[in-house]
Write a protein that binds this ligand. Structure first.
Ligand SMILES: [Zn+2]
Ligand SMILES: [Zn+2]
Length: 126
């Protein structure tokens, strides 16, 4: 089983062993969370791209489990992968918080919006 093998991470150089993932399917580096574009369909190893897939986002599956969205730096393919038990939690959090840290509007306006909202709820209680 290819995904249960040890490998050296092409993105950060960490030596990654299958132990500790808490699952049979380790497909990304637990240290930098990068992956390699080897699959066309999950697990088929049929892609010839072999580009580095960097983590660009986190989403939550129906069962509450976190998954990472990877984007291939070479061809732009997106894929979703389950996180492993020993994935870097700080990096996972920073990826999840990135859109909040860089909102598409000035944070100063956010304050005005929040103030307006709290005024309204105050009026409501009167
Ligand atoms: Zn790595
Ligand atoms: Zn690719």
């Amino acid at each position: 089983m290819a995904c249960a093998e040890s490998f050296t991470c092409k993105a950060c150089g960490a030596f990654v062993v299958p132990e500790g993932a808490g699952s049979q399917h380790r497909n990304h580096c637990p240290k930098c969370l990068s992956s390699i574009h080897v699959d066309n369909e999950p697990g088929d190893r049929a892609s010839l791209c072999k580009g580095i897939m960097i983590p660009i986002g986190v989403w939550i599956r129906k069962n509450g489990e976190w998954a990472i969205i990877h984007r291939c730096q070479l061809c732009g393919t997106l894929s979703s992968n389950r996180i492993a038990a020993d994935d870097n939690p700080v990096l996972l959090m920073s990826i999840a918080l990135k859109p909040l840290a860089a909102p598409p509007f000035p944070l100063g306006r956010m304050e005005q919006i929040v103030n307006k909202l709290s005024e309204k709820s105050y009026e409501h209680k009167q």
